[in-house]
Design a protein around this ligand. Structure first.
Ligand code: COA
Ligand code: ZN
Length: 324
């Protein structure tokens, strides 16, 4: 039975990825102290998890070359999980030294995207992730695996559901991951596909922490979130301001926008724990820092009941048309 239109106070975990997925594609380098201030504001806004940064090659992603300083200097709010993206052992060592609460490992369900993004075959990536998982286990830090292109690849096209689930099985059985993120790297997911994949995933791994990561590239972001919720997913990555995109995926654009999702879910009776005015403060800082407008609908339009003053001529019309 569908319960999608009735949140009934159900807890939904919104996981902020803007300072990683968002800032990694920006031309401008956002100063380190501004990154720290943004993460601190996002923490006070009540996000369940924040992907603070990524420990990748500073040559590949110079925008996040300050990963160590940012992760060390943010103020950590009890209850928020501070995670970081890690592509290899070098990245894992750096993230562990900087006291990440979780390592977010990454590989792609598509061979072509994996070769483009990580310069390795999927099998080579998997071997690397196994080494990372071992390091994390020894340090007592949990891992999550983000599987890019789980809903399609911009170069290969459809990725079979069986392929996605087979990789998930290896993450669970061989890496011992406590969570998996199914990533729609370039906005190819559509609601019925999301429902089918989430249903199949949850039937197989009911206890595993499942996150859905959508990009709004083709305008289906919120519809995909609703389809995921309806199929039982309760964790969603999103990006404040709606910024974001993979630099190694042609045509990639922003993630689903955190404030747009938080606003919609609150209206429908879900509990996201997000303080919308504080979240909007963070998003409103972005244009000055990144040098361009942001896709956020709520920053543009305001919340549903942020009302406008009544124009003077309406009062006049009201008087004129009043009975008697
Ligand atoms: N942290 C810091 N430096 C790293 C690193 C890491 N995690 N991984 C690699 N490097 C450095 C190496 O030290 C080396 O530096 P050098 O040239 O000064 O010796 C250089 O990067 C090349 O390393 P190499 O092992 O040959 O790997 P590569 O160049 O094939 O890099 C990746 C592979 C995937 C690590 C790298 O391309 C990368 O970080 N890409 C970014 C991926 C990404 O963030 N995608 C978007 C998000 S999904
Ligand atoms: Zn992404």
């Amino acid at each position: 039975m569908s319960n999608v239109w009735q949140g009934d106070g159900r807890r939904v975990h919104l996981q902020e990825v803007g300072t990683r997925d968002g800032l990694q594609v920006e031309e401008r380098f956002v100063p380190t102290e501004d990154k720290i201030a943004l993460v601190n504001l996002l923490s006070t806004a009540g996000l369940a998890k924040i992907e603070v940064t990524s420990f990748v090659s500073p040559k590949a992603i110079p925008q996040l070359r300050d990963a160590e300083i940012v992760l060390r200097e943010i103020q950590r709010r009890p209850g928020t999980v501070y995670t970081a993206l890690v592509p290899n052992v070098r990245g894992a060592e750096r993230a562990l030294e900087s006291k990440a609460d979780e390592l977010n490992l990454v590989m792609s369900a598509s061979e072509t995207h994996n070769l483009s993004n990580l310069r390795m075959s999927r099998e080579q990536s998997f071997a690397g992730l196994s080494a990372v998982a071992k390091l994390a286990r020894a340090a007592g830090v949990p891992i999550n695996v983000s599987l890019s292109c789980s809903f399609g690849c911009p170069m290969e096209g459809d990725v079979a559901e069986g392929t996605v689930l087979d990789w998930c099985a290896r993450m669970v059985d061989e890496l011992g991951t406590h969570g998996i993120t199914l990533c729609d790297t370039t906005g190819m997911a559509y609601p019925t596909q999301v429902a089918a994949l989430v249903t199949a995933f949850r039937a197989r791994w009911p206890q595993l922490e499942l996150t859905l990561h959508f990009h709004n590239t083709r305008g289906m972001g919120l519809a995909n979130v609703m389809a995921g919720l309806d199929a039982g997913a309760v964790r969603f990555d999103a990006s404040f301001g709606g910024i974001g995109g993979c630099p190694y995926a042609p045509g990639a654009t922003g993630n689903v926008c955190t404030e747009d999702i938080a606003h919609a879910l609150a209206l429908m009776g879900y509990d996201t724990g997000v303080d919308l005015p504080l979240l909007l403060q963070a998003s409103r800082r972005l244009p000055a820092l990144i040098g361009h407008d942001i896709p956020s609908q709520i920053v543009k339009a305001g919340r549903r009941l942020d009302l406008h003053p009544v124009p003077a001529d309406v009062d006049e019309a009201r008087r004129r048309t009043a009975p008697g």
